[in-house]
Design a protein around this ligand. Structure first.
Ligand SMILES: [Ca+2]
Length: 309
């Protein structure tokens, strides 16, 4: 009697595991403020009905899910506005925005993408705040890493980004723009800090960056191109009013027209239109940082065409 009951329980449990593994929905739209989805391919589209907040929660498709690839087919929200902190210093603040894992973006971001780590967390929430004047169409793919237990291959291997990359460019050439580049008008939101990774081709190692547009703060009004790097861009000692907006390029990159400059942190607009080239060692990672201090007309962003030559 007991053994029969145990047998039936075992069959029921195994059936539930099989059902959970194989009968999760494969793709689909998820509605604003609906239940979490485990679908592998997900569309997040703004609703016709205006609401103050839309939250979409994505849970792991299966135990191999390690990253979410979020493609911004469309994302438009009002431009960030200038606000003032307690000390009167200006900042750029998003009034309607998307918050993913604490990363807050707004403005015109169609064509952008993000990688969200899913290895340590079981779910990720996409929170759209104050959505009265915003529209979005996001394509989310749950990327599955190869299984370490059974060494099962993954069909997503070509899409998976190196660990801790927020953006990943795997083509041998392409264009990278700051969030809310907005056709060259900017501005990038304050308080962003993220890593942009580029895949190195197997046959070439010299990276060339054409800085089509480059305007990232800069506390000094110097006209000397030699004075807007490193500790000017990332002050060693924090102080109110000192800009800390910068792009950190891989070590070894030099400006073609100023090869004597051996810097890592770049800011201001003195290198706007210039070309940076080099043979960086190790993973190719570019770090963007914006502080909470807004300098009018100086914080537009960047548009970079990268290639390997
Ligand atoms: Ca700033």
């Amino acid at each position: 009697m007991f053994q029969n009951a145990l047998h039936l329980f075992t069959i029921a449990w195994l059936s539930s595991q099989v059902f959970a593994t194989f009968f999760v929905p494969l793709n689909g739209n998820i509605a604003c403020n609906s239940r979490p989805t485990k679908a592998k391919y997900i569309k997040i589209v703004s609703p016709k009905d205006i609401q103050e907040r839309c939250t979409y929660t994505v849970q792991k498709h299966n135990s191999q899910t390690c990253q979410l690839l979020v493609k911004f087919v469309e994302f438009n929200s009002p431009q960030p506005v200038t606000t003032r902190g307690g000390d009167g210093s200006p900042s750029k603040t998003c009034t309607e925005f998307l918050d993913i894992n604490g990363m807050v973006i707004c403005g015109n971001n169609s064509g952008q993408h993000l990688y969200i780590p899913m290895d340590s967390s079981n779910e990720v929430s996409f929170q759209f705040h104050g959505v009265r004047h915003s529209s979005w169409n996001l394509q989310v793919t749950q990327l599955e890493c190869p299984s370490t237990l059974f060494r099962l291959p993954s069909s997503d291997s070509h899409l998976i980004a190196p660990t801790n990359c927020n953006q990943y460019f795997s083509d041998s050439r392409g264009r990278i723009e700051s969030f809310n580049f907005n056709g060259g008008s900017g501005v990038y939101p304050s308080n962003l800090n993220y890593a942009i990774c580029i895949k190195r081709p197997s046959t070439k190692s010299t990276l060339q960056l054409n800085l089509n547009k480059f305007s990232l703060g800069g506390a000094l009004n110097s006209d000397d191109v030699n004075e807007v790097f490193d500790d000017v861009c990332k002050p060693m000692i924090q102080s109110s009013g000192l800009s800390s907006d910068y792009l950190m390029l891989p070590p070894g990159m030099v400006i073609v027209s100023h090869p004597q400059i051996n810097a890592n942190f770049f800011c201001g607009d003195h290198i706007n239109g210039l070309t940076v080239i080099g043979d960086p060692i190790g993973p190719i990672t570019i770090i963007f940082n914006s502080d909470n201090f807004f300098e009018s007309d100086k914080e537009i962003g960047f548009q970079i065409d990268y290639s390997f030559v």
